[in-house]
Design a protein. Structure first.
Length: 317
């Protein structure tokens, strides 16, 4: 038995990438909305960080869905999961959330960047251009409702990544009520990191209001994630039986034990927390600090998804 191939393995690395990208997309949108609502208002479309989130969010969700489709037993039949829904299936309901999320996402992007889109369409493309302009203006009038719906859908999508793994019945580490909340918080964290990294790469000010706002939320979010991880494993260990076996196997000193302690806890949580605290007390933030901290956070969340996916399937009831 190896770390990536063992008896009882149902879902492998493509699912981990899908879970990572879905959570990242939801988190990027969530923080872009927070930036607009609390800091940038009508000037949000000028911000490289909001622009980065508007690029990252749809690309991430499309990439995740593409990986999911390719991993299907019959990829050419993927359209069926978009048309036929089963209310008792976690995956089916997740696809429904994803579809609604994408509609709300593009409607929100249209609202935020309506000025540029209107200028682009003005006097071009004939009747289609005029209809598109009217449609965008209609969206702008409903921006508050669209934003509210998108916030709910982004949070639902982040939590769904944890509920999806819970659908694997018979695995104590996965059938854990803390998992959806853990994946939601870690997904928001990855979205914040991607927004920061994308923003500074688009020449956003690494010491600007957006970076300071997101870092102010990131510190308590990292602490909450550490608390959730402790609760997650403490609950399993105290439950005894196979739950305890699953937790101790995951946290042991094998390959996945090193991934957890060195990758998730060390690189993904401890280093970003230390860098964030350093930047909070330092005079200003530098491009290197912001980029490196964001990269560590992204690595940590990606490793967490793989760690939970694989170790969760190693011990059954």
């Amino acid at each position: 038995m190896s770390a990536f191939h063992f008896e009882g393995l149902v879902w492998h690395w493509p699912i981990a990438i899908y879970l990572f990208l879905a959570g990242l997309s939801a988190g990027a949108v969530f923080f872009a909305i927070m930036l607009k609502h609390f800091k940038l208002a009508s000037e949000a479309y000028h911000s490289p960080f909001v622009q980065a989130a508007a690029i990252i969010a749809p690309l991430a969700v499309f990439g995740g869905l593409g990986i999911l489709v390719i991993d299907l037993t019959k990829p050419l039949d993927f359209w069926k999961i978009l048309v036929f829904y089963n209310t008792t299936s976690v995956m089916s309901m997740g696809v429904l959330v994803l579809m609604a999320y994408q509609v709300a996402l593009f409607a929100w992007i249209g609202c935020i960047f309506h000025q540029g889109l209107t200028r682009l369409l003005d006097g071009r493309f004939g009747a289609i251009g005029r209809l598109s302009t009217r449609f965008i203006q209609m969206l702008v009038r409903q921006e508050a409702a669209i934003t509210g719906i998108l916030v709910i859908l982004s949070i639902s999508l982040g939590a769904y990544t944890g509920f999806l793994l819970s659908a694997l019945i018979g695995f104590p580490l996965l059938n854990n009520p803390v998992l959806p909340l853990l994946f939601l918080i870690s997904g928001l964290s990855s979205g914040a990191a991607a927004t920061l990294l994308g923003g500074v790469l688009l020449r956003g000010n690494p010491n600007g209001i957006e970076v300071r706002f997101i870092h102010g939320i990131e510190i308590p979010m990292i602490l909450v994630e550490i608390g959730l991880l402790f609760t997650f494993f403490a609950g399993l260990i105290l439950s005894g039986g196979q739950s305890q076996v699953a937790a101790l196997n995951a946290l042991g000193y094998g390959f996945w034990g090193w991934i957890f302690w060195g990758g998730v806890i060390g690189i993904g949580l401890t280093l970003p927390l230390a860098f964030n605290l350093w930047m909070k007390v330092s005079a200003d933030r530098k491009f290197t600090y912001v980029a490196v901290t964001a990269s560590f956070s992204l690595i940590g969340v990606f490793l967490l998804r793989n760690f939970i996916l694989y170790t969760g399937q190693m011990t059954g009831v």
